[in-house]
Design a protein around this ligand. Sequence first.
Ligand SMILES: [Fe+2]
Ligand SMILES: [Fe+2]
Length: 235
Amino acid sequence: MITPEVKTVADLAQQPEEYRQAVAKIVASHAVNELYGAQVFDEPAIALAPTPYAKWLTCRVAMEEYHHHIRFKELADQMGLAPARYDPAHKKPLSIFQFPLSTWEEFCVIKLLADLAEILQVEDLLHCSFHPLRNIARITMPEEKFHAQFGLDFCSELVKTEEGRRRVQNAIDRYFPMLPKFFGADNSKNNETFRRFGLKKRRNEEMRADFLVRAREVVEHKLGLRLPEVAARAA
Ligand SMILES: [Fe+2]
Ligand SMILES: [Fe+2]
């Protein structure tokens, strides 16, 4: 197994083309998805937030998601990636962002579940062999945890009323089925390359299985709601 430790962007030039391409894929994917998520979910959610306190915290979440994009974009620029690789107009963002956000409950569920999924992805980068990427993961992780906690805190408030409970459950029923695909295909060739180079640790299917366990914990045990049945494999 090849596990280089690449400490700087300059050192990347000494690595084989396959390693450089693998790093570029991960960096570009995070750069485009952090930006797109901020544009379609976090920023519009400021207008949906019901109180000044909720608006303030949502502003903070939106600010942090834009900042995540900026961090990944800066790394992409240092690596000399073409801007089209992380421009949502050119590179298609992930399907989890295709959900048409229209209510505050939906946004709270997105933070609860999509940011939990993101935490799993970032966990895998905490020991990434490409240190500039590892460093971004270590800086963004506490913020992603704050976003998931934000989702849990506001959902916990909402489920105290019968109407709120119904609305949060309804958002989970419609949003959760989009999430298992977020982890990519089983037996993915890209993922195999990422693991071979020490860029990621787990298989897509391992992360997906872990996510289902952790999502069940928050939805069923912490909120007392029901997690919809979904296929354990990404079709
Ligand atoms: Fe983020
Ligand atoms: Fe986040």
